[in-house]
Design a protein around this ligand. Structure first.
Ligand SMILES: [Fe+2]
Length: 293
């Protein structure tokens, strides 16, 4: 069994590594939103198309004006990894493998946390162990059992989803969820995720805005997203050379650059942003990537 399948039976290489990382006011939380497009462009296969655009939930989240949020610029290499934070006193190894920490009788506001895990080259990482633990609605940790503790693995697209509740507050801390993330054979990243708009974010000594989730209210529940970037080096995927000029027929598996011209279905298209083309991303389906000439 690979070492990462035994969830952190030791202290983990990343434990406590962030003890010196206090608030970083100069940083906003650009990674999550930036990484949305990484998922849209790099996670294969594309699950479906809605309205002709890549259909990741977050790219389609309406703005206050009701319009889909604009796509962010194409991801470049060199994103900062997700910062580590202290483990705290309540981690327990050997949590159950499960994606839901709730049942019908669980008290608290339902919360889903979903996102992707990427490496340093912005490519999704499958089979990453994510071990979550948090307080219950009353702000208490289960230190004898495994309530609100569970681990899971990212899928082939580097995606994860956790079903839980909004954790309660306890003295001395702002609202947070603990997590350990570990790519196969790699060191453990121990960190914490935060909620925007919390009054205690401004007074919690270890709060880091780079670890803020995107959170929205859906009915009586909350939906949060967060994308991790692990310090895992990656080799860019092999691609066939881009076309030399107009007239080449669009193909999957090509690293197109902004400004490239292709033919598809009898029409000409101009590439709007660099991407690795995939089946399902034909120019008529992806107006964010191609404009009809
Ligand atoms: Fe905690």
């Amino acid at each position: 069994m690979e070492d990462h399948t035994t969830p952190h039976s030791g202290t983990g290489a990343g434990d406590g590594a962030g003890s010196g990382s206090g608030p970083r006011p100069g940083r906003s939380a650009p990674i999550s939103r930036k990484s949305v497009l990484k998922g849209a462009l790099l996670a294969a296969p594309l699950p479906l198309l809605v309205g002709g655009a890549p259909a990741l939930a977050r790219t389609l989240r309406p703005s206050s004006a009701g319009e889909p949020l604009p796509l962010t610029p194409y991801c470049d290499d060199g994103d900062d990894p997700t910062p580590p934070q202290m483990e705290g006193p309540y981690f327990r190894p050997n949590s159950p493998r499960r994606t839901s920490l709730v049942d019908a009788g669980t008290q608290g506001t339902r919360l889903t946390v979903s996102g992707y895990v990427f490496g340093r080259s912005c490519r999704p990482l499958p089979d990453v162990l994510l071990d979550f633990w948090q307080a219950d609605a009353g702000g208490a940790y289960d230190n004898t059992g495994y309530r609100f503790r569970g681990h899971q693995y990212t899928d082939s697209r580097g995606a994860f989803e956790l079903t839980t509740i909004v954790p309660g507050l306890y003295p001395g801390r702002t609202r947070h969820i603990h997590v350990k993330a570990q790519a196969p054979g790699r060191p453990v990243l121990t960190t914490q995720l935060y909620f925007p708009g919390e009054p205690r974010n401004g007074t919690d000594a270890i709060f880091d805005p780079a670890l803020l989730m995107n959170v929205r209210t859906v009915g009586s529940a909350k939906e949060a997203t967060f994308d991790f970037v692990l310090d895992v080096s990656q080799t860019p995927p092999p691609t066939t050379p881009p076309p030399d000029g107009p007239g080449d027929t669009w193909r999957a598996g090509v690293g197109y650059r902004a400004g490239d011209r292709v033919e598809y279905g009898g029409a000409s298209y101009t590439c709007l942003q660099a991407h690795l083309s995939q089946a399902g991303w034909e120019p008529p389906n992806t107006p964010a990537l191609w404009r009809r000439a």
